[in-house]
Every structure is written in C-alpha cells, then in structure tokens.
Design a protein around this ligand. Structure first.
Ligand SMILES: Cc1ncc(COP(=O)(O)O)c(C=O)c1O
Length: 356
C-alpha cells in the first residue's frame, strides 16, 4: 500500500477519507474495554467476555456457529481459508479481492501453498460465469484443485451483492463442489445497506465461513471468524495459536464486540458511515470535472478526480487513497465518526480546487 505523505505546510485535519481504519474506537467499544479492565479474568479466551461476545454473535446470526476472535482481517481471512482447503487446493476470488491484492500472500502462506485464482466482474462483484470458467479451465492432476470461493461483502469497491446475486454465486459454487468464504471486513455496512437480517446474507445464502469485520466499524483491533459449517472449525484454535493469533488477554479483543453488539451500535455506526458516503457521493456528483464511478452502496465513494486536483486536495491537508480502484480513481472512505461537516468541507475544497 503506497505510503500517504503529508504535504509540508498543509492544514491539519481532524478526520480523513483515506480509510475507515483511520478512525478511533467508538464509545461503546471503548466503554466495554474499560469495563473489561476492572478485574482479572481467565486468559486465552476462556473468559466471560469472550463467552458473552460469542453468544451475542450466535444470537445475531440466529444459529449455533463457532466463533473465534483474531487481531486483523488478514489473519481472519488467511487462517479461515487455510481451514477450508488443503495445500494442493485453490481459492477463487475477485481480481481486486483483499486476499489477492493486500495480504502479502498470507492466504497462500497459511494454507501451505494453496493457490489464489482470479475471477473478473464489474464493480468489484464476481461474475458467476467466471466460477465455472475457472473450475473447468483445468481439471487435470497438474493444476491446483479449486476448493473455495471467496466473496467480499461489501466488495472492495464499496458495492454489495444482493441476496439473489449471492445465491447465484453460492449455488454455482455448490454445483462446482466449492466451499464459500466471505470476507466481511465491511459486513455491517452491507447488512444495513441491504436492510436484511445477518442470517439472510450468510448461512441462509450458502456462506460457510464469515470473517466479520470489527476494526472498520469502531472496534480498536480485531475481527471475528464465524464458522457456520462447524466442522470447518475443527482445531481452528490450534491454527490461531500457531499463527500468532491467540491473544492471551483475549477479553480485550472480545469485550469491544459485546459493546457494539449488545445494543445494536454496530448497525448504527455502519448506517451512519453509509449515510455520510451517500452525502459525499451526492456532493461530488454535483461538481463538474469529477465523477462518481461506482454505485455508492456502503461507506465508500470512488471518484474519478484528475491528478492535478488530487494534489491540490493533498495540499489542503486531505488524505485519501488513489491506488485501490482503476487508475485515476480516488477512494473516499467514511467512518462511524465522519461528520456531515467533514463531508461538506471536503466537497467545498474539491469545488474550489476545480475552479480554473
Ligand atoms: C476487504 C478487506 N478485507 C480485509 C481487510 C482487513 O485487513 P487488515 O489485515 O488490514 O485488518 C481489509 C482492510 O483494508 C479490507 O478492505
């Protein structure tokens, strides 16, 4: 990921649009961490907070799933993918998937060599015909055997799969004897955008394992790996330990989940971030010289902004990425704490930067 450098003399901004992980910890997660700090607790995940957080996740998904808390999305994805395949298997994912472009080969590393095969599709969504193409491309002994389909919901381009689109993908996956993994780093944003219950977009839609993102939705550190197919969770605790993902003070990974899940803060924060992106998208759309390139369905806006204007915005102290989508596209991410004033200020600065 290219480093974002601060332009010398540029004004300091309180908040940015570079990533939803630029934000801090939301009040509900922080309060739970402080409460968890009050007394000693059993270590390595045998504590009351971890039990409570796991039970809340089971309640939310309305099923008896297996739950594990790990430090980040890369470990959640790569360890869960490793539990779904052997070293001679392959994992099919979109060519822009985080597991392919931003995990430093961790899925291949933790699975001892499983190969990641790339699928195409517009706006970050896998085209279902691509699955059959990839599986049928080679069926001989010399090629890694396709075993897992990995989907990202919301996608890396901020779009979402509808329930029907998901089903079409998972039905094809089942037909082709693939298991289904979901990278849900922004699962909350997708759930509120779709307006459905979490089970509808996961196990009821054919997902075997979900990496449920917390960090981008207001938790300090951590993601939950949720196994709907409980057989796949066999010995996952050992995999986490070996992979350096078993926190000894586990309660500080799990307590924040209690904080955000128990009264629905996870959905409120995601909904707020989505609304801010909507406002930002509408603001950007009104300006001539720039355009919004994907539907704004969750908490990101992808905008085509000329390089000279991007540089002017950097000079005004704004930070955002330009390497995630296609060339010439800026990714503008909103967080649980992005304010309408942040959005309006950004749009106003963009407007001024576009003036001749
Ligand atoms: C789609 C997606 N998956 C997973 C992650 C989690 O990555 P990390 O290992 O940085 O927590 C990210 C973070 O940018 C992401 O965008």
């Amino acid at each position: 990921m290219p480093k974002i450098s601060t332009v010398k003399g540029a004004p300091q901004r309180l908040r940015h649009f570079a990533s939803d992980n630029y934000s801090g910890i939301c009040p509900e997660a922080l309060a739970a961490m402080i409460e968890a700090n009050a007394k000693h607790e059993v270590s390595y995940g045998d504590d009351t907070w971890t039990e409570k957080a796991s039970n809340l996740i089971r309640e939310i998904f309305e099923t008896e799933c297996e739950v594990f808390f790990v430090f980040n999305g890369t470990s959640a994805n790569s360890l869960s993918l490793a539990s779904m395949c052997q070293s001679y298997h392959s994992v099919l994912c979109h060519e822009l998937a985080h597991v392919e472009v931003a995990e430093c080969g961790a899925p291949e590393f933790f699975s001892n060599g499983a190969k990641v095969l790339l699928l195409k599709g517009a706006h970050g969504r896998i085209d279902p015909s691509e699955i059959e193409r990839a599986v049928n491309k080679r069926t001989d002994i010399h090629y890694p055997k396709p075993r897992v389909l990995s989907l990202t919901q919301a996608t890396e381009l901020g779009t979402i799969y509808s329930i029907d689109e998901l089903r079409a993908l998972t039905d094809t996956a089942r037909k082709m004897k693939l298991r289904v993994h979901m990278d849900g780093a922004r699962f909350a944003n997708a759930v509120v955008s779709l307006g459905v219950s979490p089970k509808e977009v996961t196990w009821k839609a054919g997902v075997d394992v979900l990496c449920f993102g917390g960090t981008k939705n207001g938790i300090a550190v951590g993601e939950a790996v949720v196994f709907f197919d409980r057989e796949l969770a066999r010995e996952f605790d050992f995999r986490c330990k070996q992979g350096g993902q078993l926190a000894s003070k586990m309660r500080f990974l799990s307590a924040p989940w209690v904080g955000v899940l128990q009264d629905g803060a996870w959905l409120r924060h995601a909904s707020h971030a989505n609304q801010m992106a909507k406002r930002l998208g509408e603001g950007v759309r009104k300006l001539s010289g720039v355009s919004v390139v994907h539907d704004v369905q969750t908490n990101s806006v992808f905008a085509a902004i000329p390089e000279s204007i991007v540089n002017k915005m950097y000079e005004r102290g704004w930070k955002f990425y330009t390497h995630v989508g296609s060339e010439g596209e800026a990714r503008l991410m909103c967080s649980w704490d992005t304010s309408p004033e942040d959005v309006d200020q950004f749009v106003n600065d963009l407007h001024e930067s576009l003036l001749p």
